[in-house]
Design a protein around this ligand. Sequence first.
Ligand code: AMP
Ligand code: MG
Length: 401
Amino acid sequence: MPAAQPLLPVEQALAQLLAMADAAPIREREQIALAQGSGRVLADDLIATLDLPPWPNSAMDGYALRRDDWQGKPLRVSQRIFAGAVPEALEPGTCSRIFTGAPMPDGADCVEMQENARIEDDERVSFNQTLTVGQNIRPQGQETRIGDRLLAAGSRLGAIELGLLASMGHASIDVVRRPRVAVLSTGDELVEPGQPLGPGQIYNSNRQVLCSALSGLGCEVVDAGILPDDLQQTRQRLAALGDVDLILSTGGVSVGEADFLGIALREEGQLALWKLAIKPGKPLTFGHFRGAPVIGLPGNPASTLVTFTLLARPYLLRRLGVRDVAPLRFQVPAGFAWPRAGTRREYLRGRIEQGRAVIYPNQSSGVLLSAAWAHGLVEIGEGCTVDEGDLVTFISFSELF
Ligand code: AMP
Ligand code: MG
């Protein structure tokens, strides 16, 4: 028997994938309307072209005045300033009625909120508390100053980043063009939903998971359908895919199975077959077919999910120029015990209940339901055990799927 291939730590596999992504960046860009920006990647730094706030304004509904004008004698209200108005300079010895977001009148140096003001019979106003210069004023430029870098090129755009672009007055933006990703599902047993199921057949669920996740990453998905376990057809179907930035396939990479994808890639000269030190998701293929990068994920639904999260997604994001590609990890106390240390790093489907991570009872890699139940993945290091209450690392699905 040949010596078993040593298992590759997932960090090393990721580092290799990211190096290849850095060597093949997608540089083409396009201009799109802000409303179309969700999930896309910013092509240029966003530099502030406005001070925010553009002028000092009131943080409260209340009264604007010069602090030294308040000497305990009621002050006349000389103007009313609503948000959107252009105020007159403050008449000395008076105060202005002012509302949240309205510009401060010249000459005023503080705002007292209306709850601390008393309107006297003659409609003059008295104040109950000591006033300080600057109180309840949002100074010009407290959030941003013209020239500040607000977002770096390579930032992923979500609701908040799009809001920031809007706050600078951008109606359209330059983003990196969508990567074209072909999704291939390999397996003689697979049938698309909507078709009748024959003996020995199962529905193709990975395609749906990947297509949805890729759309969320701003990819243009080329649905390449189901690929039978057959070398001739594998070659033909790969050749027919045309111009894509990535071919993402599932299945056919398990030990003992005839790996037609691997054979077809080897014929084209570029192939790496990795045995990753993770569970689920040990086997992974990386190669090129006529210049197009190919990532072959294992077919078990939970394995597909884990390897997509840890490797394929970061690889794709890096192709788009995103720096921060690893999924967000945070520590939570375990609400379970994991008494038997494994030789591979485990990614358990878990959820957060009362501030603790608990795990799905069936962690088989074939069980997609475990992931549907879960809020994310509990990462347990190789050789580690966990007692209830120990801190464990959690990767949330909410950012990913
Ligand atoms: P494979 O990696 O091809 O050996 O597949 C491993 C397991 O995952 C087998 O039980 C397959 O039937 C199942 N599987 C492979 N591809 C899919 C898919 N696209 N959807 C659902 N299950 C799949
Ligand atoms: Mg298969």
